[in-house]
Design a protein around this ligand. Structure first.
Ligand SMILES: [Zn+2]
Ligand SMILES: [Zn+2]
Length: 196
Protein backbone atom coordinates (compact mmCIF):
# COMPACT_ATOMS: atom_id res chain seq x y z
CA UNK A 1 0.00 0.00 0.00
CA UNK A 2 1.26 3.46 -0.83
CA UNK A 3 1.95 5.82 2.00
CA UNK A 4 0.50 8.97 0.64
CA UNK A 5 0.77 12.61 1.46
CA UNK A 6 3.09 12.79 4.44
CA UNK A 7 5.13 15.97 4.80
CA UNK A 8 8.08 14.11 3.36
CA UNK A 9 6.22 14.19 0.05
CA UNK A 10 6.43 17.97 -0.05
CA UNK A 11 6.83 19.06 -3.64
CA UNK A 12 9.15 21.81 -4.78
CA UNK A 13 8.63 24.55 -7.28
CA UNK A 14 5.87 25.95 -9.34
CA UNK A 15 2.27 24.66 -9.36
CA UNK A 16 -0.31 25.46 -11.98
CA UNK A 17 -3.84 24.56 -10.93
CA UNK A 18 -5.39 23.79 -14.30
CA UNK A 19 -9.04 23.57 -15.20
CA UNK A 20 -8.20 20.47 -17.18
CA UNK A 21 -7.03 18.62 -14.07
CA UNK A 22 -9.85 19.99 -11.97
CA UNK A 23 -12.43 18.65 -14.42
CA UNK A 24 -11.22 15.17 -13.49
CA UNK A 25 -10.56 15.47 -9.76
CA UNK A 26 -9.61 17.68 -6.85
CA UNK A 27 -6.04 18.87 -6.96
CA UNK A 28 -4.16 18.49 -3.70
CA UNK A 29 -0.94 20.38 -3.16
CA UNK A 30 1.75 20.16 -0.55
CA UNK A 31 4.56 22.42 -1.64
CA UNK A 32 7.65 24.20 -0.56
CA UNK A 33 8.98 27.27 -2.36
CA UNK A 34 12.55 28.46 -1.99
CA UNK A 35 13.25 31.89 -0.47
CA UNK A 36 12.77 34.65 -3.03
CA UNK A 37 10.21 32.73 -5.10
CA UNK A 38 7.42 35.21 -4.45
CA UNK A 39 7.82 38.45 -6.33
CA UNK A 40 6.72 40.91 -3.64
CA UNK A 41 6.20 44.65 -3.84
CA UNK A 42 8.54 47.39 -2.64
CA UNK A 43 11.14 46.53 -0.01
CA UNK A 44 9.50 43.26 1.00
CA UNK A 45 11.52 40.10 0.54
CA UNK A 46 10.61 36.45 1.05
CA UNK A 47 13.56 35.51 3.26
CA UNK A 48 12.39 32.07 4.37
CA UNK A 49 11.11 29.10 2.42
CA UNK A 50 7.36 29.07 2.01
CA UNK A 51 5.37 25.98 2.92
CA UNK A 52 1.82 25.45 1.85
CA UNK A 53 -0.69 22.66 1.65
CA UNK A 54 -4.27 22.48 0.60
CA UNK A 55 -6.57 21.60 -2.22
CA UNK A 56 -8.35 23.07 -5.18
CA UNK A 57 -11.65 21.96 -6.63
CA UNK A 58 -14.05 23.00 -9.33
CA UNK A 59 -17.46 24.33 -8.34
CA UNK A 60 -20.12 24.64 -10.99
CA UNK A 61 -22.36 27.63 -10.49
CA UNK A 62 -25.64 27.15 -12.33
CA UNK A 63 -26.92 30.50 -13.48
CA UNK A 64 -30.00 29.37 -15.33
CA UNK A 65 -30.33 27.54 -18.63
CA UNK A 66 -27.02 26.27 -19.97
CA UNK A 67 -25.12 29.03 -18.25
CA UNK A 68 -22.70 27.21 -15.93
CA UNK A 69 -19.86 29.16 -14.42
CA UNK A 70 -16.77 27.19 -13.44
CA UNK A 71 -15.42 28.55 -10.18
CA UNK A 72 -12.18 27.37 -8.65
CA UNK A 73 -12.16 27.04 -4.88
CA UNK A 74 -8.71 26.99 -3.29
CA UNK A 75 -8.32 26.15 0.38
CA UNK A 76 -5.22 25.65 2.43
CA UNK A 77 -2.66 27.16 4.74
CA UNK A 78 0.81 28.62 4.41
CA UNK A 79 3.74 29.83 6.46
CA UNK A 80 6.88 31.72 5.57
CA UNK A 81 9.26 34.43 6.69
CA UNK A 82 9.22 37.88 5.14
CA UNK A 83 11.71 40.67 5.64
CA UNK A 84 9.87 43.89 6.36
CA UNK A 85 11.54 47.27 6.85
CA UNK A 86 11.44 48.70 10.37
CA UNK A 87 9.12 51.71 10.36
CA UNK A 88 11.66 53.73 12.35
CA UNK A 89 15.17 52.74 11.23
CA UNK A 90 14.33 50.96 7.89
CA UNK A 91 16.52 47.94 8.78
CA UNK A 92 15.03 44.66 7.45
CA UNK A 93 13.13 42.72 10.13
CA UNK A 94 12.58 38.98 9.50
CA UNK A 95 8.91 38.35 10.34
CA UNK A 96 7.15 34.99 10.46
CA UNK A 97 3.72 35.05 8.92
CA UNK A 98 1.14 32.44 8.01
CA UNK A 99 -2.55 31.71 7.88
CA UNK A 100 -5.45 29.82 6.36
CA UNK A 101 -7.25 30.70 3.18
CA UNK A 102 -10.50 29.70 1.53
CA UNK A 103 -10.92 31.48 -1.77
CA UNK A 104 -13.22 31.41 -4.73
CA UNK A 105 -12.04 32.38 -8.19
CA UNK A 106 -14.50 33.08 -10.96
CA UNK A 107 -13.63 33.33 -14.64
CA UNK A 108 -12.68 36.91 -15.41
CA UNK A 109 -15.53 38.76 -17.09
CA UNK A 110 -18.27 36.41 -15.99
CA UNK A 111 -19.71 38.98 -13.60
CA UNK A 112 -19.48 41.76 -16.16
CA UNK A 113 -22.77 43.61 -16.21
CA UNK A 114 -23.42 42.45 -12.65
CA UNK A 115 -21.04 45.04 -11.29
CA UNK A 116 -17.89 43.09 -10.61
CA UNK A 117 -16.65 45.61 -8.12
CA UNK A 118 -19.63 45.57 -5.75
CA UNK A 119 -19.52 41.78 -5.62
CA UNK A 120 -15.83 41.62 -4.80
CA UNK A 121 -16.19 44.31 -2.16
CA UNK A 122 -19.11 42.60 -0.46
CA UNK A 123 -17.42 39.20 -0.54
CA UNK A 124 -13.73 39.88 -0.43
CA UNK A 125 -12.92 36.19 -0.76
CA UNK A 126 -13.89 36.23 -4.44
CA UNK A 127 -11.20 36.70 -7.02
CA UNK A 128 -11.04 36.21 -10.75
CA UNK A 129 -8.93 33.98 -12.96
CA UNK A 130 -8.26 34.23 -16.64
CA UNK A 131 -7.18 31.54 -19.03
CA UNK A 132 -6.83 27.89 -18.15
CA UNK A 133 -6.37 28.06 -14.41
CA UNK A 134 -4.48 29.62 -11.53
CA UNK A 135 -0.83 29.80 -10.62
CA UNK A 136 -0.53 28.76 -6.97
CA UNK A 137 2.25 31.31 -6.39
CA UNK A 138 -0.15 34.11 -7.38
CA UNK A 139 -2.63 32.93 -4.75
CA UNK A 140 0.13 32.80 -2.15
CA UNK A 141 1.58 36.20 -3.02
CA UNK A 142 -1.80 37.77 -2.37
CA UNK A 143 -2.24 35.87 0.91
CA UNK A 144 1.22 36.90 2.09
CA UNK A 145 0.48 40.57 1.39
CA UNK A 146 -2.83 40.33 3.25
CA UNK A 147 -1.14 38.69 6.25
CA UNK A 148 1.54 41.35 6.69
CA UNK A 149 1.36 43.42 9.86
CA UNK A 150 0.37 47.06 9.29
CA UNK A 151 3.48 48.34 11.01
CA UNK A 152 6.72 46.64 11.98
CA UNK A 153 9.48 47.85 14.25
CA UNK A 154 12.77 46.01 14.83
CA UNK A 155 12.33 46.55 18.57
CA UNK A 156 10.09 48.66 20.75
CA UNK A 157 13.18 50.55 21.86
CA UNK A 158 14.33 51.27 18.29
CA UNK A 159 15.68 54.84 18.21
CA UNK A 160 15.12 55.28 14.49
CA UNK A 161 17.00 57.55 12.12
CA UNK A 162 18.22 60.99 13.08
CA UNK A 163 15.99 63.52 11.30
CA UNK A 164 19.02 65.81 11.00
CA UNK A 165 21.70 63.59 9.46
CA UNK A 166 19.89 60.32 8.69
CA UNK A 167 22.19 58.14 10.79
CA UNK A 168 20.76 55.00 12.37
CA UNK A 169 20.76 56.00 16.04
CA UNK A 170 20.73 52.35 17.17
CA UNK A 171 24.23 51.82 15.81
CA UNK A 172 25.74 55.28 15.43
CA UNK A 173 26.01 58.39 17.54
CA UNK A 174 25.53 61.76 15.93
CA UNK A 175 26.08 65.27 17.15
CA UNK A 176 22.92 66.86 15.74
CA UNK A 177 21.45 67.17 19.25
CA UNK A 178 24.58 68.87 20.59
CA UNK A 179 24.95 71.78 18.18
CA UNK A 180 26.33 74.89 19.81
CA UNK A 181 23.57 77.47 20.24
CA UNK A 182 23.10 79.86 17.36
CA UNK A 183 25.58 82.75 17.89
CA UNK A 184 22.82 85.29 17.25
CA UNK A 185 21.04 84.07 20.38
CA UNK A 186 24.29 84.33 22.31
CA UNK A 187 24.48 88.02 21.37
CA UNK A 188 20.92 88.57 22.61
CA UNK A 189 21.70 86.76 25.84
CA UNK A 190 24.71 89.01 26.26
CA UNK A 191 22.62 92.14 25.81
CA UNK A 192 20.04 90.84 28.24
CA UNK A 193 22.75 90.25 30.81
CA UNK A 194 24.06 93.78 30.36
CA UNK A 195 20.58 95.22 30.89
CA UNK A 196 20.25 93.52 34.27
ZN1 LIG B 1 14.33 49.86 13.91
ZN1 LIG C 1 22.13 63.39 13.43
Amino acid sequence: MNSCCSLADLGYGTVFISLQDLEVRKVEFSQQFAPGTLDLVGDLRQSGSLKTQGQAELLSEHRGGKNVVKDIRVRGDFSTEIEIRCARCIEPVPTRIGGDFDLLYRPLGVDAGHDERSISEAETEIGYYSGEGIQLEDVLREQVLLALPLRTVCSESCRGLCPGCGKNLNTEACTCGEQPPDPRWAVLADIKNKLK
